[in-house]
Ligand binder design. Structure first.
Ligand SMILES: [Zn+2]
Length: 263
């Protein structure tokens, strides 16, 4: 199936190309991130950039194979801002209210559905958004969309455990993994990495009583005075590339899986 769309980005296509994608059952991917402080060393858009990169790489993989009859994907403009109230004490953070986020995703989903798409995958890049993306996906059913919500790191738990050992396979915040991604994606914007002593140790946090029970938002005042969860000093560009590439492989595999006939 030759879909004739030269770009994977929704907003770079023409209306006839969007119509062709909808008719072919293509899956829109919605990157969702945050604009928030990322320690003294990383740019504010680290999460949005990571989620967008995973979507772009997955869509490129899918589009290459779509010409052989498989499902294509198209990347919607990212939702730049997320739920980050706990980082407002640091300069630069822009946070949305939960109701704003739900309205935003609902309106985007309604528009996508109106143009004939039946699925949507929300690809999240910010830990603080994890609680709300499930609600957003549930609401999208109101528009006839079958939505899935995931965070890119949840696609590759084994790879993270094997390769991001300083942080125990966790995503953290501005720690080993996110520092690695920024070093891979935008090294010129990364300041000298903080020392290990300036980073909150995720292993110590995880070992605290009841740490694995339920959810509590980050509390910089008690947990992370420098705004860094995880070993930023262990960041390395090759790990960043590995994480994004493997997550994109898995996202592409997931979209192909969605295309299988229902049983
Ligand atoms: Zn982040």
């Amino acid at each position: 199936m030759k879909l004739g769309h030269p770009d994977i980005h929704w907003h770079k296509l023409r209306r006839d190309q969007i119509a062709a994608l909808a008719a072919a059952g293509a899956v829109p991917l919605l990157p969702f991130g945050a604009i928030e402080q990322h320690g003294p060393h990383l740019p504010l858009d680290t999460d949005t950039d990571a989620a967008t990169a995973v979507c772009e790489r997955a869509a490129a993989l899918l589009t290459a194979s779509a010409e052989e009859g498989e499902l294509a994907a198209v990347v919607l403009p990212p939702i730049w801002w997320g739920l980050s109230p706990y980082w407002m004490g640091f300069p630069g953070t822009l946070t949305l209210r939960p109701e704003t986020i739900l309205a935003l995703i609902s309106d985007i989903g309604a528009s996508v559905a109106r143009h004939g798409f039946r699925r949507l995958v929300i690809v999240n890049g910010h830990g603080g958004n994890e609680g709300i993306i499930g609600v957003a996906a549930t609401q999208l059913a109101d528009h006839g969309l079958r939505a899935h919500a995931l965070s890119y790191w949840s696609l590759i738990p084994d790879e993270l455990r094997a390769n991001a050992r300083h942080d125990g396979g966790g995503i953290g915040h501005a720690g080993e993994v996110e520092t690695s991604i920024a070093l891979h994606r935008q090294p010129d914007r990364v300041a000298p990495l903080p020392a290990a002593t300036a980073c909150t140790d995720l292993a110590a946090l995880a070992a605290a009583p009841f740490a694995a029970v339920g959810y509590a938002p980050p509390d910089p005042a008690t947990d992370a005075p420098t705004g860094v969860y995880g070993r930023a000093d262990a960041g390395r560009a090759d790990l960043g590339q590995l994480v994004l590439d493997r997550a994109a492989d898995q996202l592409a595999a997931f979209v192909r899986h969605l295309a299988r006939p229902a049983r």
